[in-house]
Design a binder for this molecule. Structure first.
Ligand SMILES: Cc1cc2nc3c(=O)[nH]c(=O)nc-3n(C[C@H](O)[C@H](O)[C@H](O)COP(=O)(O)O)c2cc1C
Length: 214
């Protein structure tokens, strides 16, 4: 059982990464083998509109033909039994790195045909983990719907876990934070974030169970 986990935050030890690592533990405790990637370590581009994935008879038809550090990650997703993708919310969207990954993953799986529009045959369960400053669940509902719908269309049944009201700095006194109730934010980090990490762990376990049931 192979699970691929991708942290789309540029910070490799902060909220999104901790959620992804907790999910990794859940996956491993359930018996899965995990490949973990920090996207920020990889040198890659967004979709270059080369259309190698659409070229009839081409060796990359139905696969992203652009070769860079993202290539093994994209191939890994298509060969895995389950996917966990984490991203902080940036201006109501996933990060630019995660956007670039999704462009290349989804576009290669989209057929420009008059019949069936999806090329990938396999379906694997997908878990999305979004972390954000805003303290309200489903505040970014259009993003959530778009990501869930697109993942379901191209990759497989998708579920989203949100961690909201995250701690953004290690020392709030060093930054302009007058818009925040800092005491409340730190309290939330101590009391609610550990619960979110537990939910991420459970999510990882559930992913493996769902993948095994397929
Ligand atoms: C460039 C940028 C844009 C952001 N935009 C949003 C936003 O639109 N909504 C939100 O709730 N939080 C926003 N945030 C806050 C982050 O989503 C939040 O702090 C997140 O948990 C950071 O994840 P990390 O700790 O894994 O890096 C933004 C942060 C940055 C740096």
């Amino acid at each position: 059982m192979k699970i691929i986990i991708i942290n789309g935050s540029p910070r490799k030890k902060w909220n999104t990464a901790q959620m992804c690592r907790s999910a990794q533990k859940g996956c491993e405790d359930a018996g899965a083998e995990v490949s973990y990637y920090d996207l920020t370590d990889l040198n890659f581009k967004a979709c270059q509109s080369c259309f190698a994935c659409k070229r009839l008879g081409g060796k990359s038809y139905g696969r992203c033909g652009w070769q860079d550090d993202l290539t093994p990650v994209l191939n890994g997703i298509l060969e895995a039994d389950g996917l966990i993708l984490g991203s902080p919310v940036y201006f109501g969207n996933v990060t630019a790195d995660v956007c670039a990954l999704c462009e290349r993953l989804w576009f290669a799986g989209l057929a420009y045909s008059s019949g069936k529009k999806e090329i990938y045959e396999r379906r694997i369960p997908v878990k999305l983990i979004f972390t954000m400053n805003c303290p309200e669940y489903n505040f970014h509902k259009y993003l959530n719907e778009h990501m869930l719908r697109s993942m379901e269309r191209f990759i497989g049944p998708a579920e989203l876990l949100e961690s909201v009201g995250t701690m953004q700095f290690d020392d709030y006194s060093k930054y302009e934070t007058s818009m925040f109730d800092v005491a409340e934010r730190l309290k939330r980090h101590e009391e609610v974030f550990p619960q979110d990490l537990q939910k991420a762990y459970d999510l990882g376990k559930r992913l493996v169970e769902e993948a095994a049931a397929k």
